[in-house]
Design a binder for this molecule. Structure first.
Ligand code: UDP
Ligand code: MG
Length: 308
């Protein structure tokens, strides 16, 4: 098998067969063997039924993994990578925002220059609002300052890479997955290729501002311990401050007003709560890692092998 195309799907009943048609049309020119690995991530619609139909009718290499519930795109990508047997592996969204022509170009770029291990597509221009852009910029600035690995602004999970990259990603079995960070962590020589994402073919995006914010926090927690250090620093600083305050109060003969007292009490409680909050967030992530629960649970895996 030359190329495995991993496709995470959540509520994509209207897109999966369209995806298959569009990709096979373009990949007709592809001389080598390739396979589709669809992962139905606990869709509430008939995505899996559509995948079953594809497996039953098409003369092609299709595999479909059916999750027992929704585990999230990160888990779906991981499951797809685990099943991928190609010398080259790619991850593509099911909604046709990422076009097959672009994937082919990425693949050709990768095989042309053997010194590269991965080609990652990134959106040069993004059609997003000012507020979202501001927060995304802030996130990338922050994470690149506080993490040891580099995060490229705009780089997506839309990538093609060699088997060796796939193997190293699969070997990272963390439950709280942040694939963008995992790609940076494993390293390998990556070529960043600009592309323009199309509109979603059907359905709606699962991401909203709150979801993205949570995702950003999980990225920071997974790839930096600086927030823990900051909270320790903050704790030390306020402790010192309170001693200084005590000395001043003693020198001045303890005549602070009620307002000042109120301010200090709330300030210190705020710092304490913040510190405890940061600690407990890291602890909750550790807790879920320690339990070693599976990243996903597959109900069934079906496939369509070449029919005569
Ligand atoms: N997806 C998934 N599990 C989820 C949410 C999304 O597998 O819980 C898939 C979805 O079907 C799509 C890809 O992840 O193929 C990207 O999702 P979406 O299009 O909603 O995100 P966006 O393009 O807006 O970033
Ligand atoms: Mg999309």
């Amino acid at each position: 098998m030359k190329l495995s195309i991993v496709v995470p799907c959540y509520n994509e009943e209207k897109n999966v067969s369209l995806f298959y048609e569009e990709f096979t049309k373009v990949f007709k020119k592809f001389k080598d063997e390739y396979e589709f690995i669809f992962v139905n991530d606990g869709s509430k619609d008939n995505t899996f039924l559509e995948l079953k139909k594809l497996c039953d009718t098409k003369n092609s290499n299709i595999k479909a993994i059916n999750f027992s519930r929704n585990f999230g795109k990160e888990a779906a990508m991981y499951a797809g990578l685990c099943e991928a047997s190609g010398d080259y592996v790619s991850i593509v969204d099911a909604d046709l925002q990422q076009r097959p022509e672009v994937l082919l170009e990425m693949y050709n770029t990768l095989i042309k220059d053997d010194s590269y291990d991965c080609v990652a597509a990134y959106q040069e221009v993004r059609s997003e609002g000012f507020v979202l852009k501001f927060f995304k910029d802030a996130f990338y600035k922050l994470i690149n300052k506080i993490s040891d690995v580099e995060f490229v602004r705009g780089a997506s999970d839309f990538r093609v890479f060699k088997k060796v990259v796939r193997d190293s990603i699969v070997s990272m079995g963390e439950v709280n997955r942040f694939t963008k960070g995992i790609f940076s962590f494993v390293g390998f020589k990556t070529y960043y290729m600009p592309y323009k994402a199309c509109e979603r073919a059907n359905g709606v995006s699962t991401w909203n501002f709150f979801g993205l914010f949570k995702y950003a926090i999980s990225g920071i927690v997974a790839f930096s311990t600086l927030p823990l250090k900051i909270s320790t620093f903050l704790g030390g600083l306020t402790l010192m401050g309170s001693f200084i305050y005590l000395i001043i109060a003693l020198i001045l003969g303890v005549n602070t007003s009620l307002m000042m007292l109120f301010f200090i009490i709330t300030f210190f409680s705020g710092v304490q709560l913040l510190t405890i909050g940061v600690f407990s967030h890291y602890m909750s992530v550790m807790y879920s890692e320690i339990k070693k629960r599976p990243i996903y649970i597959a109900k069934e895996i079906i496939s369509a092998s070449k029919k005569k």
